[in-house]
Design a protein around this ligand. Sequence first.
Ligand code: MN
Length: 191
Amino acid sequence: MKFELPQLPYALDALAPTMSKQTLEFHHGKHLQAYVNNLNGMIAGTPFENADLETMIKQAEGAIFNNAGQVWNHTFFFNQFSAKPQAKPTGKLAEAIDKSFGSFDTFKEQFSKAAVGLFGSGWAFLAQNSDGTLAITQEQNAGNPLRKNQKPLLCCDVWEHAYYLDYQNRRPDFVGKFWDLVDWKVIESRF
Ligand code: MN
């Protein structure tokens, strides 16, 4: 399967100044493009040549896992933002968050702590366990909850390339502003 750079569902300057046009030009246009190109180049002639990303995330190791994971994670990341986001979860997702974390504010605190506290490069995820409860996970590098049979709902990229142009070394500032972009209508559709 030939993978292509997924289109952003908003203009490059739509999320500024929280996430600048320059950050999106590099993060989407250069970093994600490189993961797509790398993956296409390395799956030819392997058992994963015609596999989808989810299969590679669950079954591949090494470079194929890393690049497939990064293509999937970034697509999921960029698709969850909007210039005019729904600021809070409603309905069944809101109920599940309250049940698993106590309140939406407590969830945001715990998720932010996981994102800020992840050592090195990786991702924080909100994911659904097979018993229906929700969990916050820390994933190193290209990790993904799919590998642990959890269903991803929301993710925050804490690789330095995600925030360095706008926030330099201040990862907590980036994670704090991240919430202003998350469109909970999208997260509800994943639940
Ligand atoms: Mn990234």
